[in-house]
Design a binder for this molecule. Structure first.
Ligand code: CDP
Ligand code: MG
Length: 136
């Protein structure tokens, strides 16, 4: 059954010229791009997106990173897209993520880890409404 998930190609990926590399992995897997935007965000949008994390000690530097430059937000669609994209992204810490995943192949950081993806149907619904209200 087709499912939608919210993905961010984070500012480190844009700075490193990896947008095409990351997008091509999602496309090659068979996922469809339903919406996509290149944009910068402010602290309020970062706080809304990372609402579950704003009390973490590591949140202030994460917010600095999130607003540090343009990112690409997108909605992907496909069979079990939420779980499939999490698998393609790999574990949060790029140093521990499995080879073959985006983070495992391309990131050496627990913060600058190139991609975000919704972690549940509830998160996907909330995040798609936040980033692409016209789709909700
Ligand atoms: O992105 P993911 O769902 O895999 O991880 P998370 O635990 O929901 O954390 C969200 C984001 O916070 C991560 O992707 C990292 O960019 C960042 N993070 C961080 O800066 N420092 C940590 N100790 C943990 C996460
Ligand atoms: Mg998360």
């Amino acid at each position: 059954m087709a499912q939608r998930t919210l993905v961010l190609i984070k500012p480190d990926a844009v700075r490193r010229g990896l947008v095409g590399e990351v997008l091509s992995r999602f496309e090659a897997k068979g996922l469809s791009i339903v919406a996509m935007e290149h944009r910068s965000i402010d602290a309020a949008q970062a706080d809304a997106h990372y609402a579950e994390h704003t009390e973490q000690p590591w949140y202030p530097p994460l917010r600095e990173f999130a607003v540090s430059g343009p990112l690409v937000s997108l909605v992907l669609e496909g069979d079990e897209a939420i779980a499939v994209v999490r698998l393609l992204n790999g574990a949060t810490d790029g140093r521990q993520a499995a080879p073959g995943t985006i983070r495992g192949d391309l990131s050496l950081s627990n913060r600058e880890n190139l991609v975000h993806a919704s972690d549940s149907e509830e998160s996907a619904t909330r995040e798609i409404a936040l980033w692409f209200p016209e789709l909700s």
